[in-house]
Write a protein of this length. Structure first.
Length: 133
């Protein structure tokens, strides 16, 4: 089974983070509320993919992304998700890819549809939020 590398970006603004409702036409997780991200291109590093996908999907430039964790997600395709947190970025958020962009509070995790995103948020809270970073 082929494993596809992907990157996911957790944009954090105080006590909330940005999620997306995926378009119904998407092959993978159609209509799901999830942390945004995308596939790595051949030869691309996860951090380069993060910067490219952030620009393509949201029109933003990353400032000091921090690696959170890598998790495997066996959905319609077997994906290795590299999660990064961003607390600072430049540009105005644009919706270039999703059905809808949604700011969720950290106490609204039940609105996320993918179990792997729940684990990533838990890792973010364990590593960063609990230290006040």
């Amino acid at each position: 089974m082929k494993v596809l590398d992907c990157v996911s970006f957790l944009l954090v603004d105080g006590d909330r983070f940005l999620a997306e409702r995926r378009k119904l036409e998407k092959t993978v997780d159609p209509g799901a509320v999830a942390i945004p991200g995308g596939h790595l291109e051949p030869g691309e590093s996860p951090e380069d993919a993060l910067r490219r996908e952030l620009d393509e999907e949201l029109g933003l430039t990353a400032k000091d992304p921090c690696f959170v964790c890598t998790l495997l997600n066996p959905s319609e395709e077997f994906r290795r998700l590299h999660y990064y947190v961003l607390r600072d970025w430049s540009g105005e958020i644009q919706n270039n890819e999703a059905e809808e962009l949604i700011w969720l509070r950290f106490d609204e995790l039940d609105r996320l549809d993918l179990a792997v995103d729940h684990v990533a948020i838990g890792e973010f809270e364990r590593i960063f939020k609990s230290r006040g970073i």
